[in-house]
Ligand binder design. Sequence first.
Ligand code: SF4
Ligand code: SF4
Length: 147
Amino acid sequence: MIRVVRNPAEAEVKFECTMCGECCLGTSMELLTDDMERIVGLGYGLDQFAARGSDGVWRLRNVDGHCVFYDPDSKRCRIYESRPIGCRLYPLNYDDEEGAVVDKACPAWRTVPPSEKKRLGRLLQLFVEETQRTDDEVRLLRLMGKL
Ligand code: SF4
Ligand code: SF4
């Protein structure tokens, strides 16, 4: 298994996030096995918070129109310090032709500096590639009792 990033904080986009919570609504973030292990380590069962899509990609569950970890009352993430790499990389997305692109659905998208697209471009690509092949790793980690 490739570790996409040693320290999850390295994947955080440096910009002026307003913590509005919009990106936690109507979403099912793709997961890496590192993300799953980190969240299972908090005491959650894998099937409580994640599901395998018909495309073989594992994603966070969406419940009542928001991420399973989103608290609609406080508009906060319940696992913020342990949130997945994909959540840290947002509002950057990966485009096969352009590389890192900023998602304009984020109200603060204009505050993402071009240098962050450059810094995180390769990591985004790795993230996308790795989320496509987590399924075998999940099976193995489950056999090993780690998930
Ligand atoms: S939508 Fe953008 S500004 Fe709002 S919480 Fe998400 S990343 Fe931050
Ligand atoms: S894990 Fe947290 S930051 Fe990521 S989508 Fe869910 S609530 Fe939002």
